[in-house]
Design a protein around this ligand. Structure first.
Ligand code: ADP
Length: 523
């Protein structure tokens, strides 16, 4: 009867969970598993650590046939297979290190229903011979892990990922689950379209990682700022410092080691052995500081990371979120600090503009990141609104903790914009600031700056404040960086409304890090 069948399915679900080592499903996990078991396609978006792998593992075990799991991260797949095997679960990893004898054994085992979960790389999965073979066996589901790679890497880096769209046509009756970390709505739609998941169930968990304190501050003597943070906020804790360049990574970790702080580096120019060795130390020796490029990232799941520092700008809000999210994976309080300045913004924008490989999308992502840095109000609210999630002000980011004063910079903005206009977008920002401040330097004379109507007309602000005005105007696309190497600024059509006084420019007060108390300032 139906009741009996329901009861049986219930038991199977519970038993499967126990086999996988847990006692309760999380709500989203259960919804996703139920949908897959009824043959529906699913797109599951949840932050790293949200327990996504359990979903395809459990559904794969519950449904009859072999679950085919693809991930771009080979190390993650082999790790999962090992863990599953240790629990007595029949999982295998089809990779190119298998010799022909092992491959034959695997094929035999698959044909004779001795395997429940099969992991393989996207490259393998799209091979005609593999697809042909899969047609000859019973498949329970396809799981596409890190599905955001479809839109992020597109055709250039991982062409196989876009070919995964054929799966639905080849296997119309096999449910597909696409799994992704924190992504915006546009990316969700791109994933759905690329994988042909027309009527899929979209499940999105909250992206808020409330245990991580967000701090974003202007970079000033960055090394001292980092030292202060390490000594006062996270003494003796493990954490990651992200830098853009390999050289900087090595330099900083050497410098920290010189000061007696246990520090290692990690970047793509190191050998695999070096990388693995440093990673192993970071896992084992509590209190290690890993100075890394973003090469240290995907698939890294270490519970005890207590802080993440950004010494350079991440490439997008997604990247920022993911990188910060490597802290506090155990749910306990964790801290983050991002240091940046106008120079970093201009450099990032210029690199993107000059890079022929950079897509329109990447440039847009950078713009979204800038608005998270410069936007008014709570940091966490701004970040999560990028992922279409509304939350109350957090009360513990730098904005919520300091008095959130704001200044009306409309007049200042008009001055700057007209100066950019009058100098035809040919002058670097530093020179424009000198003109506004009425500095009689050589470079000002060289462009006859003294004779410009705005010469010395901006003394109401200091240099740092002028930079903050420029940053805001860049973030909201009133101006953009020129493509020469001198960081010139060009005016955009949108600026007209500011010049005409139709738009007010309200800028949040700068956050200085560290915030020194009165006592410290006096002593
Ligand atoms: P994701 O793939 O979303 O990054 P994982 O699948 O690696 O997340 O899971 C993160 C952690 O949460 C793992 O340590 C896992 O054992 C744990 N976990 C997953 N599901 C459950 C559950 N239902 N109950 C308790 N712990 C869980």
């Amino acid at each position: 009867s139906a009741a009996l069948r329901d009861n049986y399915e219930m038991n199977l679900k519970t038993q499967t969970l126990l086999r996988l080592g847990h006692s309760e499903y999380r709500p989203l996990q259960e919804q996703a598993i139920d949908a897959l078991c009824s043959g529906q396609d699913v797109l599951l978006a949840a932050p790293t650590g949200g327990g996504k792998s359990l979903v395809y593992q459990a559904a794969g075990l519950i449904r009859s046939g072999v679950a085919i799991i693809v991930s771009p991260l080979l190390s993650l797949m082999s790790q999962q297979v090992e863990e599953l095997n240790a629990k007595g679960i029949r999982a295998k990893f089809l990779n190119s290190t298998l010799n022909s004898g092992e491959q034959d054994d695997l094929v035999w085992a698959l044909r004779h229903h001795h395997i429940d979960l099969l992991y393989l790389s996207p490259e393998k999965l799209v091979q005609a011979s593999v697809i042909g073979f899969l047609h000859s066996i019973d498949i329970s589901l396809f799981a596409i892990d890190e599905a955001h790679c479809i839109s992020q890497w597109g055709d250039f880096f991982r062409p196989e990922y876009s070919q995964l769209g054929q799966l639905k046509a080849f296997f119309p009756h096999v449910p597909i689950i696409a799994l992704t970390g924190t992504v915006d709505q546009k990316t969700i739609i791109t994933i759905q379209e690329s994988l042909q998941l027309i009527d899929c169930l979209v499940l999105k968990s909250s992206f808020d990682r409330a245990n991580i304190k967000l701090q974003i501050a202007q970079k000033r003597k960055a090394k001292q700022q980092i030292l202060y943070f390490l000594h006062h906020e996270v003494p003796g804790e493990s954490g990651i410092i992200y830098c853009r360049s390999r050289k900087k990574t090595d330099e900083l970790s050497n410098w920290l080691r010189g000061l007696g702080l246990p520090s290692l580096s990690y970047h793509a120019a190191m050998t695999d052995e070096e990388k693995q060795a440093n990673h192993a130390v970071f896992i084992k020796q509590y209190g290690t500081i890993m100075v890394a490029t973003t090469a240290y990232g995907m698939g890294i799941d270490i519970a005890h990371v207590r802080f993440v520092i950004h010494l350079d700008l991440p490439s997008s809000p997604e990247a920022y979120f993911q990188e910060v999210g490597r802290a506090g994976r155990d749910g306990k309080p964790a801290k983050s600090l991002l240091l940046y300045g106008l120079q970093d913004m201009l450099q990032a924008q210029q690199l993107a503009a000059l890079n022929p490989m950079a897509s329109e999308r990447e440039i847009q992502h950078l713009g979204s990141l800038f608005r998270i840095l410069e936007g008014r109000g709570c940091r966490r609210q701004n970040l999560l609104s990028h992922f279409d999630e509304e939350i109350p002000a957090c009360q513990y980011c730098d904005r919520c903790l300091t008095n959130r004063s704001e200044q009306n910079m409309s007049t200042a903005s008009q001055k700057l914009l007209s100066l950019v206009y009058h100098t035809k977008g040919l002058q670097p920002f530093s020179l424009l600031i000198q003109v506004l401040l009425g500095k009689k330097s050589k470079s000002v004379s060289a462009i006859k700056g003294e004779s410009l109507p705005l010469f010395g007309k901006g003394k109401e602000l200091n240099e740092a404040q002028w930079k903050s005005v420029i940053r805001y105007l860049i973030a909201y696309e009133y101006i953009s960086v020129g493509t020469t190497s001198f960081f010139t600024l060009c005016i955009n059509e949108k600026a007209r409304a500011v010049l005409q006084g139709k738009v007010q420019i309200i800028i949040p007060a700068e956050y200085y890090y560290p915030v020194l108390s009165e006592d410290v300032l006096k002593s």
